[in-house]
Structures are given as structure tokens and as C-alpha cells.
Design a binder for this molecule. Structure first.
Ligand code: SF4
Length: 318
């Protein structure tokens, strides 16, 4: 039997033993879709001093989204990227994605204007907004609710860890209680909005148990989507200084692969797993350099789940 026909995991039509974003999009929209990153020129309350200064210790601060230019109108950013994608890939459905910094850190009127602008873009089948849990007041959630009645909407919330001591260490500048409060208000006020939660493995001083605890806490929230990232040490960040002084040691590849497999086993099988590692940018990544071979990391996760005879949700009911 092949790894495809032998696969016991229900939410898959390949060898993947977790519910991939690709499979979710194909099931939802009938074909592959491309996410188009947009940069609306926002900043972050954790950088400009209104919540914190300097940002999260791994945040590269000045960098904006790869592939787009915040000085250009959003529609120009969108069409330029679609032209590039279409030159190599036959795709007709797109997801405008407000990615850079904190994309609800603006007035309600401006937030509404931007969402209503991008939902009208040609070929847009869903819109996606990345933000912080301390930047979604009820008025903005009501705007998301109204937009979600016209087009599917996903909101991505950065949690990284459910441990408040870790949150202090990484200078996230909001608590787990604030995160869960935002999550609950989003579910209540805008029930059609899909919620994606970001977590990061390998945060300073976190043990394997801390990382599994975050997976269990996220499971209890029951998000629609999870993104699992590896902590990248990016040049010119506070984390890079810690790394250079030997205060911070990144995870080894086999440690990371094992932790991700452990987390996948704990998650609900119906939670979409949009990422199992992040995209390191070669020029700015200090460590871990093994993460630049993203396909190899993903393949190792597939192999480890196969070796264990395991899959997403195997320990969901334990
Ligand atoms: S919340 Fe995001 S944009 Fe803001 S400092 Fe942290 S990583 Fe950077």
C-alpha cells in the first residue's frame, strides 16, 4: 500500500496526515487558491509605544510584507502579484491577505473602508486579516461581521504561547486572558468569521511541555485554523542579540519535527493546519539555517507521523 492509500487520516486526499490548508481551500472553493499579501501601511501598538516599545523580540520591525510595497495602492499591489503568479501557475481564485504588522490598528472607518475595498477585488473569494488580540474592539468586530455576510473572512490572531511568563520574555505586551477575551468576542459577535491562531515553537526558555500546553490551550478554544511556526532569529532584532550572546539557543531540526508531531496529535482533526513551519528569508535569517530547507522540514514531519503510525488528532480525546 502507498502512503496515500494507507493514510488513516480523514481530512486528506494525499499522504498528509494533517488537515492542510491546501486541502481546505480545494474543498471550500473547488480549486487551489492563491493568497495575495497586501500591505496597507499600518504599524503596531507594540512598536509605536501605545502598548509597548520595540515590538516582540523576534520582530524585524522595519520590514514589510515580502512581495508588496505599502506605498502602492492596494489594488496595484494585488494585480501586480496576480500577474506574477499567473505567469507560472493557472489559478483564478485569490485571497487578499492584509499581512504586515497589525491590520486592525486604525480607525473603525478606515478599517471598514479597506475591508470593503479588498472584498471587491476581481477573483477574491475570501479576505484574510492578521492582527493582535488587543486590537479588535467590538466596533471593529461588528465591521468584520458585516463584511463576512458578503464574503468569507478569516482573522489571524498571534498568540505564540499561552504562557504569560513567555509572553513577558518575548515582549508580546498582552496577556493570555486578553487573547481569550478577544477570541470569545469574535466568535460571539461575528460567528461566520473563521479564526486562525498563530503559535511559535522554540520561544526562549520554553520547554517541550510548555509548547504542548499551548497546543492543548489552543485546542480548547477550537479555532478554525492554526499556523505552527518555528522561531526564526532575524538579524538586527533583540532576539539576535540574545542569540549572539549565547543566551538563546534555537531548536534543532529533529526536536522541532517531534514537537510539531506531538502538537498535531493533540489538535482537533477538523482544525485546518495552515502551516507547520515558517518561511525564513535567507538574507536576514541568522538561525536556525536548517529551516531554509522548508520542504525537507515538511517531509520530515510527514515521515515522522508515518513512522509513528499517527496523524492529527490521534490524542485529541485523551
Ligand atoms: S505584534 Fe507582530 S508586528 Fe507587532 S511587534 Fe509583535 S511581531 Fe511585530
Amino acid at each position: 500500500m502507498s502512503q496515500v492509500t494507507d493514510n488513516p487520516f480523514k481530512n486528506s486526499d494525499t499522504n498528509k496526515r494533517y488537515y492542510t490548508y491546501d486541502y481546505y481551500l480545494r474543498r471550500t472553493f473547488g480549486q487551489k487558491c492563491a493568497k495575495i499579501t497586501l500591505d496597507a501601511g499600518f504599524t503596531c501598538p507594540n512598536i509605536d509605544g501605545s502598548r509597548g516599545v520595540g515590538g516582540c523580540i523576534y520582530c524585524s520591525g522595519g520590514s514589510r510584507s515580502a512581495g508588496c510595497n505599502e506605498l502602492l495602492p492596494l489594488f496595484t499591489q494585488y494585480t501586480e502579484q496576480i500577474q506574477k503568479i499567473r505567469s507560472k501557475w493557472d489559478v483564478t481564485k485569490f485571497i487578499p491577505y492584509l499581512q504586515a504588522y497589525t491590520n486592525s490598528y486604525t480607525s473603525p472607518d478606515n478599517f471598514k473602508r479597506i475591508l470593503n475595498e479588498i472584498r471587491e477585488f476581481d477573483g477574491a473569494v475570501m479576505i484574510d486579516i492578521a492582527t493582535r488580540a488587543d486590537c479588535l474592539e467590538d466596533e471593529k468586530i461588528e465591521i468584520l461581521r458585516d463584511v463576512s455576510e458578503k464574503i468569507p473572512v478569516t482573522v489571524e490572531l498571534g498568540l505564540q504561547s499561552s504562557n504569560d511568563e513567555t509572553a513577558k520574555r518575548i515582549n508580546r505586551c498582552h496577556t493570555y486572558d486578553e487573547f481569550t477575551d478577544c477570541f470569545a468576542r469574535l466568535r460571539k459577535i461575528a460567528p461566520r468569521v473563521k479564526i486562525a491562531v498563530h503559535i511559535i515553537d522554540g520561544l526562549p526558555e520554553e520547554s517541550r511541555e510548555d509548547m504542548l500546553k499551548t497546543a492543548v490551550d489552543v485546542r480548547a478554544l477550537n479555532p478554525d485554523i492554526i499556523k505552527i511556526h518555528l522561531l526564526h532569529v532575524i538579524k538586527d532584532t533583540p532576539l539576535a542579540k540574545m542569540y549572539e550572546k549565547g543566551i538563546y539557543t534555537p531548536l534543532e531540526k529533529d526536536e522541532y519535527v517531534n514537537i510539531v508531531c506531538d502538537q498535531l496529535e493533540l489538535l482537533c482533526p477538523d482544525t485546518v493546519v495552515e502551516r507547520v513551519t515558517g518561511d525564513g528569508i535567507k538574507d536576514s535569517l541568522l538561525s536556525p539555517l536548517w529551516s531554509l530547507k522548508k520542504t525537507s522540514v515538511i517531509n520530515d514531519i510527514d515521515k515522522e507521523l508515518y513512522r509513528r503510525g499517527s496523524y492529527q488528532g490521534k490524542k485529541y480525546n485523551f
